[in-house]
Design a protein around this ligand. Sequence first.
Ligand code: GN1
Ligand code: MG
Length: 355
Amino acid sequence: MELKPIINSFEIKGKPTSIQQLDIGLINTNYLVITNQNKYVFQQINTDIFKNVSAIMENIEAINNHLKGNHYKLELLTIINTNKGEHLFFDANQTPWRCFKYIEHKHFTFNELNNNIMAEYGKAVGHFHACLADFDTYKITNTIADFHNTKKYYQDLKKTMRNTATKQVEKVKESVVFIRKFEDRFQQINRWIQKGKLPLRVCHNDTKIDNILFDTKGKNVKSIIDFDTIMSNSIIYDFGDAIRTSCNTSNENNKQISNVNFNFEFFKAFSKGYLKATQSFIRKEEINLLSFSGILLALEQAIRFFTDYLNGSIYYKTDYPNQNLDRGLNQIALAKKMMINEKEMENYIQSLSQS
Ligand code: GN1
Ligand code: MG
């Protein structure tokens, strides 16, 4: 793919001096473009997954505008328009591209994390929710159906297992026996959402630590990025996804399962920051599910990785053939470690919400 004509179609400042593909995200393809005046991120959007790209861009604009007017403290992504004044450029294959200003930042790997950073992370996700608590969900288009509908993902996995060769199915069978025990809990969450017991709010839906940019000193959260999955949902998914990705002593791409463990101190620090930032609006029914949400998201991610493995890895990018199987097994190991601490997590959350 010749990138120069694409880059030249956007209103960037200066002449490009370097173009580098970035190893971030499992769906879109990202490039860092440095010019003699500025830095930009160019993204080629995967339309197999993000089918309604213009609605995504409208969601981002609506959210940016709301946050700007609502004392939001973190930096927002600046969209760079095309020369025609549009948000998207369609290449010769009709694939959409967009461009954002690059934000200088520091990223954390698990070994560098500490309780202070985790508390900042919790505060930032809570602050994001708090600033959107008065945003009408009907103004947002839900661009991916059933996103975080764990029960639905589980049903899809079972269906896929029925249509896949036994040899591959055997590799996930034991994990599925474990997941099955949670089916009622998945169902119950859906019921609470349907009945309004768990409110729908505007959520990020992909709060993994990779989407959190810290300032270059690594002390404060500078920005939360990747607004592509902003949709109405329960906030428990955002809480759980943050826990799943930051309290795992390993990382979802680490195939050494023995490295997977749950860091309870990080869970505590994140929870403290999050509950502080959300106390003005969070409901008891939401608080009650926070201790389970990390387990839920690890199970859900395992289900999604297994389904993709059985489907021949058509959804998530992979570096080697069985990577989605390994990713799923990593998440199952994490869910098991978290399960051991479920009661303690629950007690801790309750102690915070009563103080
Ligand atoms: C995908 O594309 P990326 O890396 O931002 C996925 C998330 C998963 C994540 C797992 C639209 O996010 O839901 O949690 O991979 N996004 C979509 O790393 O499916
Ligand atoms: Mg994402």
